[in-house]
Write a protein that binds this ligand. Structure first.
Ligand code: PLP
Length: 442
């Protein structure tokens, strides 16, 4: 196996890539299909591989690189903290952690005011589930089918998409509800919401929380009607359940607002975040709760934590990232270039029969592909992704990759979520490549 790792690579892989393939267990994959590309550089909204190929990042990597690749303020803050003190136990603090906590209280809506730090989105969701259960004294969590909340056991159990299937039966007490998916579901979004009310009634006051992505991310960029989330909060509260908003993907300017909830003027009881929290410069998760929920834990033990909860270098990145969003006016920028992006994608929908629908808000957009747009017939079903690993949508992403644009997808939807610093010219460049790639699915 050493030979394989060092002989210059197999299948066109270079030495580093072959070594990586040999020794690193890939995520979410058949290992035989893992084919890592070595990256060596990045700038602005572009990243460059070891062969000198530069690509425009039209999806912000895993919808997390909200600040692009040249946020020196964040890199400098991390380096400075690493030199001053790379790590202190969570019972000690740094100015960065305290100030980031205060920033999050300031930028989140409503009464959200106190933050539990972790290192990833899935941990932020795990903490939210535990907090909701301990606070309400109930154990069930209602979430929706078209959702992703993370890969650890609690989070994958509340996840609705096919990624949960291999982890089932998961943790007890998780119940799935229908989605606000006007294009692809037989239920009207507002009807699906009333159905959730009926579910809560039938569960008879045993539900701790309803957990939703305010704008659904990897399951297809689903934006609910304006009145959906406020009504969902009402329904949850009527049944003694909390509303948890999972903002891991929708947060930090992605929608043209600080948080997805702000698009709908709703304040949840608990908010989870990660990804854009540091603009992808460091792994950091956060679970923000209201003062009322925080007060409960003054006298009740919160028996939960991680060695690297609020790691000093990660919170230095988080603080500098939030200050960068503010000082560089990136939320407003995302809103205005987001409108432009939406218009450009709508043009594609007119030109390509395989584009069933374009939808989204801000710089959070989905292009759903269909065999025949008039029949809404998907190229692949959700389970195909698990059973075959490849869909036509993957081929469109592959074409774009070859032509210099990175474009993530999930099931039948291309997910467009570029760094918030993207310009209109860069949007034009990426849309031109996508326009070409779509001829492949038409
Ligand atoms: N929640 C949402 C809405 C997500 O999109 C994701 C990841 O894509 C997660 C949670 C899990 O985050 P992480 O991969 O950082 O654990």
């Amino acid at each position: 196996s050493d030979e394989c790792a060092t002989d210059g690579g197999t299948d066109g892989l270079n030495e580093v890539e072959a070594m990586d393939k040999e020794y690193v267990f890939g995520t979410w994959s058949y290992q035989k299909e893992v084919s890592p590309t070595e990256m060596v550089d990045s700038e602005g909204v572009y990243f460059t591989d070891a062969r000198g190929e530069r690509r425009l990042d039209f999806s912000g990597q895993l919808m997390c690189a909200n600040l692009g690749y040249s946020a020196d303020r964040v890199a400098d803050a991390m380096a400075e903290q690493a030199r001053r003190g790379p790590y202190f136990a969570p019972s000690m603090t740094t100015e960065n952690r305290a100030r980031l906590g205060k920033h999050l209280a300031d930028i989140t809506p409503g009464e959200l005011s106190k933050t539990f730090f972790s290192t990833s989105g899935t941990e932020a969701v795990e903490a939210a589930i535990k907090i909701a259960r301990l606070y309400t004294g109930k154990h069930k969590i209602v979430s929706r089918y078209r959702s992703y909340h993370g890969a650890t056991y609690g989070s994958i159990s509340v996840t609705g998409d096919p990624r949960r299937l291999m982890a089932e039966p998961g943790i007890p007490g998780t119940i799935k509800a229908p989605d606000p998916y006007a294009y692809g579901s037989t239920l009207d979004p507002m009807e699906s919401l009333e159905y959730i009310g009926e579910m809560l009634m039938l569960e008879g006051d045993t539900v701790a929380a309803v957990l939703v992505e305010p704008v659904v991310g990897s399951n297809g960029i689903l934006v609910p009607p304006k009145e959906y989330l406020p009504r969902l909060k009402e329904i949850a509260h009527d049944h003694g359940a909390l509303l948890i908003a999972d903002e891991v993907m929708a947060g930090f300017g992605r929608t043209g607002e600080w948080f997805g909830c702000d698009v709908f003027d709703v304040a949840p009881d608990i908010m989870t975040m990660a990804k854009g929290l540091t603009g992808a410069y460091a792994p950091l998760g956060a679970t923000v709760v209201t003062g009322e929920i925080a007060a409960h834990f003054e006298e009740n033990m919160f028996c939960h934590g991680h060695t690297y909860a609020g790691h000093p270098v990660a919170v230095a990145a988080g603080r500098a990232a939030v200050e960068t969003y503010i000082e560089d006016d990136l939320i407003d920028h995302a809103r205005s270039v987001g409108d432009y992006l939406g218009d450009r994608l709508d043009e594609l929908a007119e030109d390509h029969p395989s584009v069933g629908e374009t939808r989204g808000v801000g710089l959070f957009r989905g292009v759903e592909l269909t065999k025949r747009s008039d029949r809404r017939e998907p190229f692949g079903h959700r389970k195909d992704k698990i059973s075959t690993g490849k869909t036509v949508v993957d081929e469109v992403s592959g074409e774009a990759w070859d032509d210099g644009v990175y474009l993530a997808n999930m099931i039948n939807t291309l997910i467009i979520a570029p760094p918030l610093v993207i310009s209109e010219d860069e949007i034009d460049e990426a849309v031109a490549v996508l326009d070409d790639a779509l001829r492949h699915s038409d």
